[in-house]
Design a protein around this ligand. Structure first.
Ligand code: ZN
Length: 272
């Protein structure tokens, strides 16, 4: 009986996957005619509202699955007078850790040389990447190699995250840019880390996810500054109300989960 139910569920899932693309294409004709409320600044698709995710309601793009942090980064690269595509990505040599598929496509087109990397571990699935690389120990990468290193929501998985920041600084050229995002507990002043918590249950309870090793506080910029960067923090308040609401750069409904990151920030550091 269970097998039959599983088989039916699998067929339904497959059917939804097959029809998802044409349905979303059709929806674009509809939204272009009758108007839309939100637009994803990563894939440019329009909708009445975004999908709900694990942490927040109505924050995930139904087409490309972009989330608040990714769209906040895109908004920065599109609208910021200095920290933008032209200065950071276009024709530059870029290293991108744990590359998010929709962002990867965009950067691959714009960068001069584009390398993707991840530190491969059992139990996780990865797309095709260029390098199997530990961000906290990039032995195979020479000093001053890249113009830009991107690592969104990576450092919370890295045991020695300070070595990670130092290594990113080392492989960047002087004046090069690092782009980080990290989960930050609202109103937490100091990053909370306890590497003795090794069980999935303990990590989930203390850090918000089974494979996170810490939860960051408002000290992240200061921490990153210790490793040779001038850091700029950008959150949704930087952008016009219209951009903020259209692109959903802030959760429309705050999460009550005490470990949720309601106030997302993008951290861009320039190597001194
Ligand atoms: Zn999208």
């Amino acid at each position: 009986m269970h097998k039959a139910i599983s088989a039916i569920k699998a067929v339904i899932k497959k059917s939804i996957a097959i029809f998802k693309y044409p349905i979303i294409q059709l929806s674009q004709v509809y939204f272009n005619i009758v108007g839309y409320k939100v637009v994803c600044n990563v894939c440019n698709y329009k909708f009445n509202k975004f999908k709900s995710g694990y942490w927040h309601k109505n924050t995930i793009c139904p087409n490309c699955s972009s989330n608040v942090r990714l769209r906040l980064l895109m908004a920065t690269l599109i609208h910021h007078p200095v920290l933008n595509f032209k200065n950071i990505i276009d024709n530059k040599k870029v290293l991108h850790f744990a590359p998010e598929l929709p962002l990867r496509k965009i950067i691959a087109k714009k960068a001069g040389i584009y390398h993707t990397a991840d530190f491969l571990a059992e139990g996780y699935s990865y797309g095709i990447i260029d390098f199997n690389l530990d961000i906290s120990n990039m032995q195979t990468v020479k000093d001053n190699t890249y113009d830009c290193v991107i690592a969104c929501d990576v450092l919370e998985h890295v045991p020695n995250h300070k070595a990670g920041m130092q290594e990113v600084n080392r492989v960047l050229q002087k004046g090069g840019y690092c782009i980080f995002t990290v989960p930050q507990k609202d109103n937490l002043a100091i990053t909370f880390e306890d590497l003795s918590l090794t069980s999935k249950e303990d990590r989930l309870k203390n850090f918000g996810q089974e494979d996170h090793l810490r939860i960051y506080g408002n000290d992240f910029s200061a921490l990153l500054s210790n490793y040779g960067f001038d850091v700029t923090e950008i959150d949704e308040s930087y952008f016009d109300k219209k951009i903020k609401e259209n692109n959903v750069l802030f959760p429309p409904v705050l999460s009550n989960n005490p470990l949720a990151t309601n106030y997302r920030k993008v951290f861009i550091g320039i190597k001194k």
